[in-house]
Design a protein around this ligand. Structure first.
Ligand SMILES: [Cu+2]
Length: 487
């Protein structure tokens, strides 16, 4: 990526394209061996009545033996407590804001009542410091979801506020072990503390805030212990502000069984590996076909130029659990999503524009057309259909008739990829780049590379004001955000 026109930017001293992102990072030998991951986190907040307190904390991001890092965390841990419940079970979460600023919690990917969606000034008033708010809803879909704030997301999520929300199927596929990989990257300064250049113009107008240290479940990613012959269900969640991961499992053939929490017909991941944009999730079945004592790299090569080893799958010396892989079905039962009726759909074109090296010359902000220089001065450099979001009291960009199928035809007219997220709904990806999409996966966050198009279909069955935004959090804050109203 080029860095021209950014000479004055204070983020210049950290050039993530020069730093090799690695567990060893620039902190040298600080990272010690990691404790092995249990299949399920001991921190799990099983049950359905939960209290979450976001506030300052210290996290051992760099592992044992290295200094802890001051972070913001739910209940003192990064990731926050894993919330786990059965499909169809009511969930009640009381939030007490221990931060020195407003916050909310958004339940990413969940279909829920609009008032529980956690968007300040759209679905609720922000929760002030010391304030409380109770979220209550019943997840209709089983799957892998997560929660995070929706106030000053770049900084609040970037400092560590996120956690997994797992809704279990009534009949999950049979595996030997289930593991959760919450993956993130952090931009740390040379002293190991979080670089505080949140919201700088460089990140906002380019690829967002990418870090220089990758973590797995809040620890410097290094090794993941496995046993020969076992079958794993791996739940992956990308909680990074801006980094797109493409994980490739050397010597293994992961089978994708769900994307963004929604089941897919199981398929083997192709050459590109498992691509996870910010907020993306994938459920994998992984048969451990290596020999006892062997080690295999899991590499993130989304950016060929900056590919790095994310971690090693390290086989223990125990004899194989079985001589050949399990021969059991792995397909998940479908969730109760309403099927789009494409013959009677309303179609909406949505153009993504702006950013560095883009062609956008002006956009409407707060009802006023402004040139790109004025917009940049106000920190708004991205737009959807020519409108840069000003975040508070946004009029709806689109209004949908309740119950009717909507088709969103997206076109990325910018020089950067954008993972576009719709609140409150899962949508079916019916075409990509003008060609029908045979897999027709259900997602809540679709990645559009530069110049790409996609058509998304869903039934607008849930009334309220719902956000549609880029999940590169710096892009969202810099204008790539809109409200869709379902009446
Ligand atoms: Cu974006």
């Amino acid at each position: 990526m080029t860095h021209r026109n950014c000479a004055a930017d204070r983020s210049q001293f950290i050039d993530v394209s020069i730093f090799t992102l690695s567990r060893r990072g620039f902190l040298g030998a600080g990272a010690a061996a990691l404790a092995l991951m249990p299949g399920r986190r001991a921190l799990g907040a099983a049950g359905s009545d939960i209290r979450l307190v976001p506030g300052p904390a210290h996290a051992p991001l760099l592992g044992a033996g290295a200094p802890t890092t001051p972070v913001w965390a739910y209940n003192g841990a990064v990731p926050g407590p894993e919330i786990r419940l059965r499909q169809g079970t009511p969930l009640r979460v009381e939030v007490e804001n221990g931060l020195g600023q407003d916050t909310t919690i958004h339940w990413h990917g969940l279909r829920l009542p609009n008032a529980m969606d956690g968007v300040p000034y759209v679905t609720q008033e922000p929760i002030p410091p010391g304030g409380r708010f109770v979220y209550q809803f019943t997840p209709p879909d089983a799957g892998t979801f997560f929660y995070h704030p929706h106030v000053r997301g770049s900084e609040q999520q970037g400092r560590g506020l996120y956690g997994a929300l797992i809704v279990e199927e009534a009949e999950p596929p049979q595996v030997d072990r289930e593991a959760l990989w919450v993956i993130d990257d952090w931009r740390l300064g040379e002293d190991g503390t979080i670089d505080d250049s949140f919201g700088n113009g460089m990140d906002m107008s380019h690829a967002g805030r990418r870090g220089n240290v990758a973590t797995l479940n809040g620890r410097d990613s290094s090794a993941f212990s496995v046993r020969a012959g076992e079958r794993l269900r791996l739940r992956l969640i990308n909680t990074a502000n801006a980094r797109i991961f493409a994980l490739r499992f050397e010597g293994h053939r992961p089978v994708v069984i769900a994307l963004d929490g929604q089941p897919v017909a199981p398929y083997e991941a192709e050459g590109a590996g498992i691509v996870l944009p910010p907020a993306g999730r994938a459920d994998l079945i992984l048969d451990m076909v290596g020999d006892p004592g062997a080690s295999f790299a899991v590499t993130d090569d989304y950016s060929n130029r900056n590919a790095y080893k994310f971690l090693d799958l390290v086989y223990d010396e125990a004899p194989p659990l079985r001589s050949s892989p399990l021969d059991m079905p792995v397909a998940l039962a479908a969730n109760p999503l309403p099927e789009p009726d494409l013959d009677h759909a309303r179609r909406h074109e949505i153009v993504l524009a702006g950013g560095a090296m883009g062609s956008m010359r002006s956009a409407i902000l707060n009802g006023e057309e402004l040139g790109i220089r004025e917009l940049a001065g106000l920190g708004k450099v991205w737009a959807l259909n020519g409108i840069a979001a000003h975040q508070v009291n946004m009029p709806p960009l689109l209004t949908f008739e309740r119950g009717r199928t909507q088709v969103l035809a997206l076109r990325n007219d910018t020089a950067f990829p954008h993972p576009m997220h719709l609140h409150g709904f899962s949508f079916q990806v019916i075409s990509r780049n003008g060609r029908p999409n045979p897999r027709r996966e259900w997602l809540d966050t679709v990645l559009l590379e530069r110049d790409e198009t996609a058509e998304l279909a869903f039934v607008a069955d849930n009334p309220g004001d719902w956000l549609f935004h880029c999940h590169i959090l710096e892009h969202m804050e810099a204008g790539m955000n809109a409200v869709f109203r379902v009446l």
